[in-house]
Design a protein around this ligand. Structure first.
Ligand code: ADP
Ligand code: MG
Length: 507
């Protein structure tokens, strides 16, 4: 258990404008599960793509069993016993599980071996708890099953160093449990496992050791048992992280939004919002809990002008804006942070700077009717990038190259960035931290609280009860197109909210 099967020494990888790996060191022992932890963009995938022969490093040394090796392709890696399960699977959908597994492995009698191969696969599957039908075509399989095929492919090739790149991102909670038990089984049988993640709980649950990367640099390697969530978060983000928020009591500043008996029909004429009424004051933050699909999206869209209201009224600061255009809502201080970051949220091929001014384009100071003022746009964008801690090589990079967390910050910065100059605003945020890593999540929550303290009225939708409880002043629960519960967050009871979400009780 003390021998290093793998050492990566002073690995450097430079992409245009970014040092993705800056003299990174990483070592792996036989039979250990070693987590590679870091925020989005920290350089985890790059380091492992180098190990797997997909990227060529600019400098550094890789040693396997103490011997320096040269890995120029995944084929070289496999020969050395190194395999990788990628974030996006690379299987052939029309082929069966067996075909996918033996495809490309050194095997001359392809057809003749099918029977023998499937036996071997079955044995591997049962000894590592990787349930999957060898004769099923891959397109029929769930994401969890496809992942198992990828793992079996590596085991079939006798790989002993296995790299998993954020393997839980595509899994249900049940599948995740099964994966974790397979990982433990593999490590107990001598496989060495590299487990990439940005989730602290996963590190604590599955790993023996953890190496933390931050902005392309090594910050620490720890024995998991000897560290904790707070220390890891601090190492990963570079500052202490708040898991609990201290809030000032709300200072209410008058009615900002009033919704009266609003009904919304969907395309098929079904009632999706059923007489929803509530009001929201400046200086407060309301969290809406509920299982997705119970009218949250319709409600958010009805109060931002994105969805036609079939009856009822929407007032913003006393002004009737029922069925006004999204633009008029925006001009009246209603800001929308959408759920979908690419697509509605951003224009993928436009630069960071262009995305940051998307909505305010035709207003000065960014345009003089025909020409956009590029200097002004660039300066403004650079200011927002700094304020919102958006990680990008330059504001000229197309946003499609940004990580999910940074993309979300672009959307937030665009919606919230020029708030300072306005009156009280109504901020409507859909799942504002979904898919974000710890640092970005905390940042967004603190930002919402700051906006509230500045007098804005905030309503946000979330599936994360902990999040709702930690930052809201009031909590709504939606079920079946209605607000079935409303309570002060100081008096909130998780159990009761859960029952309301399931439609079992109303308050
Ligand atoms: N093929 C590439 N071309 C240019 N830049 C890249 C490429 N792959 C990654 N990067 C950049 O390198 C940095 C590290 O990315 P990555 O290794 O994917 O991080 P992680 O896996 O930790 O989220 C990021 O700034 C990313 O934008
Ligand atoms: Mg990655």
């Amino acid at each position: 258990m003390n021998e290093n099967v793998l050492e990566m020494v002073d690995i450097v990888k430079i992409f245009p404008g970014v040092v993705a790996n800056d003299r990174v060191n990483f070592s792996l022992k036989a039979g250990e599960i070693h987590a590679l932890l870091g925020e989005n963009g920290a350089g985890k995938t790059t380091l492992m793509n180098i190990l797997y022969g997909i990227y060529k490093m600019d400098s550094g040394v890789i040693k396997v069993d103490g011997r320096a090796v040269s890995i120029r392709s995944p084929r070289d890696a496999i020969k050395l016993g190194i395999g990788m399960v990628h974030q996006n699977f690379k299987l052939v959908p029309a082929h069966t599980v067996v075909e996918n597994i033996i495809l490309g492995s050194e095997n001359n009698g392809f057809i003749l071996d099918l029977k023998k191969s499937s036996e071997k696969i079955k044995n591997l599957a049962s000894s590592f708890g990787l349930k999957v039908d060898p004769f099923s075509e891959v397109w029929k399989l769930s994401m969890g099953e496809r992942q198992r095929v990828e793992i079996l492919k590596l085991l079939y090739r006798n790989v002993r160093i296995m790299i998993f790149d954020e393997p839980t991102a595509v899994l249900t909670p049940q599948e995740k449990k099964e994966l974790f038990s397979s990982l433990k089984e593999m490590s107990s049988k001598g496989k060495s496992i590299i487990f990439i993640t940005h989730k602290l709980d996963e590190v604590l649950e599955i790993s023996d050791r953890v190496t933390v990367l931050r902005r392309g640099k090594n910050v620490a390697t720890k024995i998991t048992k000897e560290t904790n969530k707070f220390e890891l978060a601090n190492l990963m983000i570079g500052r202490p992280i708040i898991f609990e928020y201290s809030k000032n009591p709300p200072k209410l500043s008058g009615l900002a939004l009033k919704v009266e008996n609003v009904r919304v029909l969907d395309e098929e004429g079904n009632l999706r919002l059923k007489d929803v009424s509530f009001s929201l004051s400046g200086g407060e933050i309301v969290g809406v809990a509920g299982i997705a699909g119970n009218g949250q999206r319709e409600l958010a869209e009805a109060i931002t002008g994105l969805r036609h209201v079939s009856s009822g009224k929407v007032f913003v600061r006393g002004k009737d804006l029922t069925n006004a255009s999204p633009r008029r809502f925006f001009e009246n201080g209603v800001l929308f942070i959408p759920e979908e970051r690419l697509g509605v949220g951003t224009a993928p091929n436009l630069s960071v700077a262009e995305n940051l001014v998307l909505k305010s384009y035709d207003n000065s100071p960014f345009s003089n009717s025909v020409f956009l003022k590029f200097d002004a746009i660039q300066k403004f964008a650079e200011m927002l990038v700094k304020d919102f801690e958006i990680l990008c090589p330059s504001v000229k990079v197309p946003v499609k190259f940004l990580s999910g967390g940074n993309l979300q910050k672009v959307v937030l910065a665009r919606e919230l960035g020029n708030l300072v100059s306005r009156d009280v605003n109504v901020i409507v945020a859909m799942y504002p931290t979904r898919g974000l890593d710890v640092g970005a999540t905390e940042y967004v929550r603190r930002l919402l609280l700051k906006m509230r303290d500045q007098g804005n009225a905030i309503i946000f939708f979330s599936e994360d009860l902990e999040e709702i409880l930690s930052i809201s002043d009031r909590i709504f629960v939606m079920f079946d197109g209605r607000i079935v519960g409303e309570m002060d967050s100081s008096k909130a009871d998780v159990e009761k909210i859960g029952l309301m979400m399931a439609g079992s009780i109303a308050s």
